[in-house]
Design a protein around this ligand. Structure first.
Ligand code: CTP
Ligand code: ZN
Length: 152
């Protein structure tokens, strides 16, 4: 860790999302559904130096341990992200985000004729991972393929 990161202090318990591509921290929070109104202490660090990425963003969420199911959807905007679970100031778990097998309810289908886009219907969207590289998702209702970029 570089000294520059110390502009935001270490957290005691919670989740640190590290190695987010520079400028994507707000998108990460939006996808996680964290608005600031939950009362969680959240720190954003944007555009700090990173050996791997040149520049990166970091999100620190105090008091909440995010599960892989919750965080994997952020691979849509931050495929390089690392999740660090912190307990009593120590990183006790570290893993990389992966495209999830299914994404429900987070994103809209790009097919205007899809049933999920008919405003009379309240159908929750569902996208299934059909190819890995690059990650490609099929709408469960109309079959339209979407890359992660297209979903976000
Ligand atoms: N971190 C934190 N509070 C803690 C422990 C760690 O905010 N109590 C943050 C660090 O600032 C860093 C991230 O969690 O941004 C990962 O910590 P660590 O594994 O110690 O850093 P590195 O070894 O540099 O991680 P990596 O190898 O993943 O780059
Ligand atoms: Zn669809």
């Amino acid at each position: 860790m570089s000294a520059r990161e110390l502009i935001v202090s270490k957290i005691r318990d919670g989740t640190v999302i590290d190695h987010i591509p520079a400028g994507r921290a707000l998108a990460v929070l939006r996808i996680l559904g964290i608005t600031g109104r939950e009362g969680l202490r959240v720190a954003l660090v944007m555009n700090v130096d990173s050996e791997k990425l040149g520049r990166k963003d970091i999100v620190k969420i105090e008091g909440r341990e995010l599960t892989p199911d919750e965080v994997d959807v952020i691979s849509a905007v931050a495929p390089t992200a690392t999740i660090n679970i912190v307990k009593n100031y120590e990183v006790v778990k570290k893993y990389k985000v992966r495209p999830p097998p299914v994404i429900r309810g987070k994103f809209k289908c790009r097919n205007p004729n899809c049933i999920t886009n008919q405003h009379r219907e309240s159908v929750v969207t569902s996208f299934v991972l059909v190819r890995g590289d690059p990650p490609t998702f099929a709408c469960e209702y109309c079959g339209r393929y979407h890359t992660l970029d297209e979903l976000v």
